[in-house]
Design a protein around this ligand. Structure first.
Ligand code: HEM
Length: 142
């Protein structure tokens, strides 16, 4: 049986977001703060508003069994996604609060260290959640 359209949309969409997330991290490493911040905010909002909501709808529609989804790892995937939402929100807040804009460029002063800490944790957890999503896909449709 082939996967439903919504599952394919989630798979392809999250993969595009994964590539965009890594690109945005590389932009920060290359001190392209302006481009980095626009891309990160876009990834975060699209992920939360579109893909995480689709994921929740798939979790509760019964296609993975009923709560606590015995025999699947969707609960772990959901818990990781809650952590991602928190860490992403904190990274954006800490970025917006600490950043310095000068000559149409954006810098992070030493006081912005926490932004790097939360941002790095966000990226690690986001990728872990993405990988568990791929495992769920392989188990259900592979
Ligand atoms: C979910 C959102 C975000 C994540 C995960 C994130 C993550 C990161 C990480 C990991 C770094 C360190 C990169 C490195 O040193 O190699 C960084 C640097 C930076 N971030 Fe973010 N960030 C996010 C949003 C933002 C926002 C909203 C702003 C600005 C308002 C911002 C501004 C910056 C700046 C200026 C740097 C330093 C770039 C440089 O070294 O010149 N970030 N970010």
């Amino acid at each position: 049986m082939s996967p439903p359209l919504v599952v394919m949309v989630m798979l392809i969409g999250e993969t595009i977001l994964a590539v965009t997330l890594v690109t945005s991290l590389l932009l920060a490493a290359k001190h392209r703060g302006i481009q980095h911040h626009y891309l990160m905010i876009s990834v975060f909002i699209i992920d939360m508003v579109v893909f995480k909501l689709l994921m929740i709808s798939k979790a509760v529609d019964g296609s993975n069994g009923s709560f606590p989804w015995d025999g699947t790892n969707i609960l772990g995937h959901l818990l990781m996604s809650i952590g991602v939402a928190f860490l992403g929100g904190m990274s954006i807040l800490l970025g917006l609060r600490n950043v310095i804009r000068r000559d149409s460029r954006m810098f992070l002063p030493p006081s912005g260290k926490l932004h790097r800490v939360f941002g790095s944790a966000f990226i690690v957890l986001w990728i872990a959640a993405y990988l568990t999503g791929l495992v769920l896909y392989a188990n259900n449709w592979g």
